[in-house]
Design a protein around this ligand. Sequence first.
Ligand code: PBG
Length: 335
Amino acid sequence: MNSPVIGQFPAYRPRRLRQTPALRRLVSETRLNVAQLVLPLFARSGRKLRRPIAAMPEVCQFSPDELLREAAQAHELGVPAVLLFGIPDTKDDRASGAYAQNGIVQRVVRSLKKELPELLVITDVCLCEYMEHGHCGLVQRAAGNARILNDPTLKLLARTAASHAEAGADLVAPSDMMDGRVRAIRQELDRLGFTETPIMAYAAKFASAFYGPFREAAESAPQFGDRRSYQMDAANANEALREVALDIQEGADIVMVKPALAYLDIVYQVKAAFGYPTAAYSVSAEYSMIKAAAANGWVDEKALTLESLLAMRRAGADILITYHAADVARWLKTG
Ligand code: PBG
C-alpha cells in the first residue's frame, strides 16, 4: 500500500479533504457516468402493449412500438445501450423462435436500428425463453432424468447470434453458459462476414436465486430441475477466473460477471486479472429488493441504487447493466 504518511508527522487528517462538496468531488476516486449504463428491455409481439412485471415495479414487457418509445426515452436521457430479451408467441423443444428470421428480437432490432441508429443494441443470446422446458440448451430425456446437451446446443446458439447480427445488432451477448459457445458464435459470425460484431460474454454467470423475478419477466423458468449443471456454483471464485479466461481465448471482447452486488469480489478479480472491458449485471432481484424496501419507506431508492452501482465501479466494472438505467441517467442529470 502507498500510505507511508500514516503515523508520521505532519499528522494525516483524512477529514481535511471531506470538508466541502467541491473538495470531496475533487478527490473522488470513482465516478458514475451515464455512458457506462445498459438498460435491459423485454419484447413481445403485439401493439400498444406494456405488461407490468409484478416482482419488478416499473419494468414491463413491451410490444415493439412501446419498446421503441421506451428505448428512445432512455436514449434521450443519455443511456447509450439497451440489452434485448424476447418472449416468443410459441415455444418448442428446439427454440426455433430464437433464430427465426422474423422472431421477436430480430424484428425489434431492425426497428431500433432504423429509428435510433445511434443507440447501441445488444442482444441476449440464449434459448431458455424459446424452449417449452425453459432450459438454456437442448434437453435429452431418458428414463426419469434429463440432460442438457452441450455440443448440439452450440449450433443453435451460433445461429441465434448470427440472426441477431443479420438484423443489425451491434453486440451479441451469450448468456447460456454452454462450454465452447463463444468460439462457436465467433466462428459463425466470421463465416457470415460479421467480423466486426463484438461478443459480450456472460463469462462468470452464477446459478443464482437473484434471477427469480427475471424468470417471471422473461417467462423462462425451467419446468423441471435447475440450471446448476451449466451455471456456476456460487462458492467458486477460482473457477470464475477460468471461465473468463476461456471466453477470452474463444474470442470474447467484453466479459461479464453476473449477478453483480453479491459478486463484487469476482468483478474485482476479473478486472485485475485480465484488464478486459468488464460488465457487471445488476440482476432482477437486486432491483426488486431495492424497490420493495423503498416502497415500504425503509430505504432511499436513489441513494441505495447509486451507492450500489458506484460499488460495482469501484470493484472494477466498466459497464453497468441495470433496470434502473433510465432513472440513474435522470438522477445524474439533476444531481
Ligand atoms: C437467460 C438469462 C437470465 C438472466 C439473464 N439472461 C436468467 C437465467 O439464467 O435464469 C437473468 C437476469 C436477471 O435476473 O435480471 N439465460
